[in-house]
Ligand binder design. Structure first.
Ligand code: 13P
Length: 287
């Protein structure tokens, strides 16, 4: 069932758990995430970055594939199709393509411009029945070629953006995309607590879910995080399982080269990773 992400995240905030956003890259990814969410009876968010959208030949293709697959697989749990780190133009394209949720990432803009554009997109998204996420304080690491330094958001700016009528807020608290370096200082919980104090019932979003130790994930949820984004970790397990299959020479046995066989271990590895995360976030059984 394709829905916007507001209700599932409001429930998560009230129930002290988090909904996973798993980024999708192709058919196998989408199928793996949908099937696992259904098995776990968990609400789920499919994240699509602009780069991944382009790779899949455009947002129209993605929306058509997700809607059709949701129906053909008989998925009953709430599923949101969400633009991840959208530009202003990308957000508008996803509204037209039939996504159910968008993120506008104006974190690299001066705060006044971020506010003006977010406000405009809030009106547009809500008019179309969609939920909208905004970002304050750039998330570090690399995503689609954009490199941030993992800054911490200014809690007062978070309050200003939260007051624009957005549905959930991504705030930098020292988190970064991709694998964390050995000298990473960990999440800045004092900043998170301050943001939570000022933004009240607003569901907060933790980007860069890959590699954050479980105890820090749990503490972040206690402090008001209701949506956690995971991308790189699924890519890593997919690659490792595919490598193992090929290195064992299985693609050369019988029809092991058939893509339906070749891509199966990677797909199963994504399913196992998504299950592990859903259970860690506590969203299993919450659909
Ligand atoms: P990771 O790739 O670090 O899991 O981050 C995902 C993310 O935050 C997508 O927006």
């Amino acid at each position: 069932m394709l829905v916007n992400a507001k209700e599932m995240l409001d429930k998560a905030k009230a129930g002290n758990y988090a909904v996973g956003q798993f980024n999708i890259n192709n058919l196998e990814w989408t199928k793996a995430v949908l099937l696992t969410a259904e098995e776990e009876k968990a609400p789920v968010i499919l994240g699509v970055s602009e780069g991944a959208g382009k790779y899949m030949t455009g947002f129209d293709t993605v929306a058509a594939m997700v809607k059709a697959m949701d129906k053909s697989l008989g998925i009953t749990v709430p599923v949101a199709l969400h633009l991840d780190h959208g530009t202003y133009d990308g957000a508008k394209k996803c509204i037209e393509a039939g996504f159910t949720s968008i993120m506008f990432d104006g974190s690299s803009l001066p705060i006044e411009e971020n506010i003006a554009k977010t406000k405009e997109l809030v009106a547009l998204a809500h008019k179309n029945g969609m939920s909208i996420e905004a970002e304050v304080g750039a998330i570090g690491g690399e995503e689609d070629g954009v490199i941030g330094m993992g800054e911490c958001a200014d809690p007062q700016e978070c309050k200003k953006v939260a007051d624009l009528g957005i549905d959930f807020l991504a705030a930098g608290i020292g988190n970064i995309h991709g694998v964390y370096p050995d000298n990473w200082k960990g999440l800045q919980f004092d900043v998170l607590a301050e943001i939570q104090k000022l933004t009240g019932t607003m569901p907060l979003v933790l980007h860069g879910g890959t590699g954050i130790p479980d105890d820090q994930i749990k503490k972040a949820i206690e402090l008001g995080v209701s949506k956690i984004n995971v991308n790189t970790e699924c890519q890593l397990v997919f690659a490792a399982a595919t490598r193992e299959y090929i290195e064992a020479g299985k693609d050369k046995q019988g029809k092991g080269f058939d893509p339906r066989k070749l891509l199966l271990p990677g797909t199963e590895a994504i399913k196992a990773k998504v299950k592990e995360k859903i259970e860690l976030f506590g969203s299993n059984g919450k659909a």
